[in-house]
Design a protein around this ligand. Structure first.
Ligand code: NIG
Ligand code: FE
Length: 399
């Protein structure tokens, strides 16, 4: 690939404290960025010092930032739950049990239908600036359907997560222990080759602490790394279990005790906040300020799924994080890029510094602040993935 100079960047967000005189986002004004032959960032700095390259692109004074890292999504499913959302907006509460509606639709869908829905949602995310996507299974809940979901997700991303433990399916309602046995046994055996991560919905109505520990531990023994749906619908053991097992991330964190915050701040586990869920279920928002002020690493992700939150938009989640969780625009952008990369244990994405993958977003705005200042406005004008403009093909490192 020819080397490319992206020049006349009004404001470049590097995400690294090595730049930008101590600003959280490592901001460089009047900047340029060089994409090297391998699709990696080769150089960043002031425009006037830029080296020469094969080609040159004019950013026209716009803001350039790292592509968003959406570290939590459920994109392999069929059908939708608009009727459930409608009922919720009329006063009904969100319940974990709604998952079973999507499970029935997903099991009944053909491979082609699932693949088409997945491709549509991935494209939707990428148009809005997301360049790294984690995708979970969890709407199949049979050996065949979970493995099928993960194999489909793997066609798009290496960040695939085995979530056979999303909820106990109806056919195991009388014997949940037998379902845990399936999830930790035959289903895990069929899914592990397609997955990097193991996840569990540790919540009342889904899996308790003992079952969750057994499921995560079995996954870890099979070479998977852990992440946990924790403390979404009420206080519970999920966050502390995630910290105890060294999970990369505890996701949701809506109901936290002081002990949960202490556990997060003294572990390497990231707190991944999903404010689109609170928006779409009309619930209280997580205490982002308390987490940040306690030194916890915070990520923001969409949780895109047909039940609790059907947005694919990281810019929308950034706006919510700022408006509803009192994060500053810089903190929210950090959490949607570097934070998400940390939650996926990825050092090669989420920032724009030499050596990382050239995944970047050009905003039709002079500053990233506009992502929150102009909520609901499509500001992402260009997306580059692995050094190439556009959103075609799987999200992988260049060959
Ligand atoms: O992250 N909490 C569990 N899973 C999803 C919701 C799934 C659904 O309602 O279909 C979530 O919110
Ligand atoms: Fe989720």
């Amino acid at each position: 690939m020819p080397t490319t100079l992206l020049d006349r960047i009004g404001l470049l967000v590097t995400g690294s404290s090595e730049y930008g005189a101590g600003s959280l986002l490592g901001e460089i004004a009047d900047a340029a960025l060089v994409i090297g032959e391998a699709g990696l960032v080769a150089w960043v700095g002031p425009s006037r010092q830029a080296p020469s390259t094969d080609t040159k692109v004019d950013a026209g004074g716009r803001c350039v930032l790292p592509g968003f890292v959406d570290s939590h999504s459920h994109l392999v499913f069929a059908g939708d739950r608009a009727a459930e959302f409608d009922a919720r907006m009329a006063g009904r509460a969100y319940e974990a049990g709604g998952i079973r509606t999507t499970v029935a639709a997903t099991r009944a869908a053909s491979d082609e239908e699932l693949a088409a829905n997945l491709a549509r949602l991935v494209a939707e995310m990428r148009r809005q600036g997301t360049t790294t996507i984690e995708i979970k299974s969890g709407y199949g809940l049979t050996v065949r359907d979970e493995a099928r979901a993960l194999a489909l997700a793997r066609q798009w991303t290496d960040e695939t997560t085995y979530l056979g433990a999303h909820v106990v399916p109806a056919e195991y309602a009388d014997d949940p222990a037998a379902y845990v046995e399936l999830v930790t046994g035959e289903m895990l055996g069929a899914c592990a080759e397609h997955a990097r991560w193991v996840d569990v919905f540790c919540e009342r109505g889904a899996f308790d602490a003992d079952a969750s520990r057994a499921i995560l531990t079995a996954g870890i023994r099979h070479g998977l790394e852990a992440r946990v749906h924790a403390n979404q619908l009420g206080p519970g053991p999920g966050v502390q279990l995630a910290c105890e097992l060294g999970a990369a991330s505890a996701d949701h964190c809506t109901y936290l005790t002081e002990a949960d915050i202490d556990a997060l701040s003294s572990s390497g586990t990231v707190a991944t906040l999903l404010p689109g869920v609170e928006f779409s279920t009309r619930s209280q928002y997580p205490a982002a300020r308390r987490l940040l002020d306690s030194g916890v690493t915070v990520a923001i992700a969409t949780d895109c799924n047909p039940g609790s939150c059907f947005t694919s938009s990281m810019p929308f989640c950034i706006a919510l994080a700022v408006r509803e969780m009192r994060m500053t625009p810089a903190e929210a952008v950090w959490s949607a890029t570097v934070g998400g990369a940390t939650a996926l244990r990825r050092g090669d994405v989420g920032r724009l510094v030499p050596g990382v993958r050239a995944d970047l977003v050009v905003l039709d705005a002079p500053s990233y602040v506009h992502l929150a200042y102009r909520p609901g406005v499509h500001l992402v004008t260009d997306v580059w993935t692995a050094g190439r403009p556009g959103i075609a093909g799987p999200i992988r490192d260049p060959a």
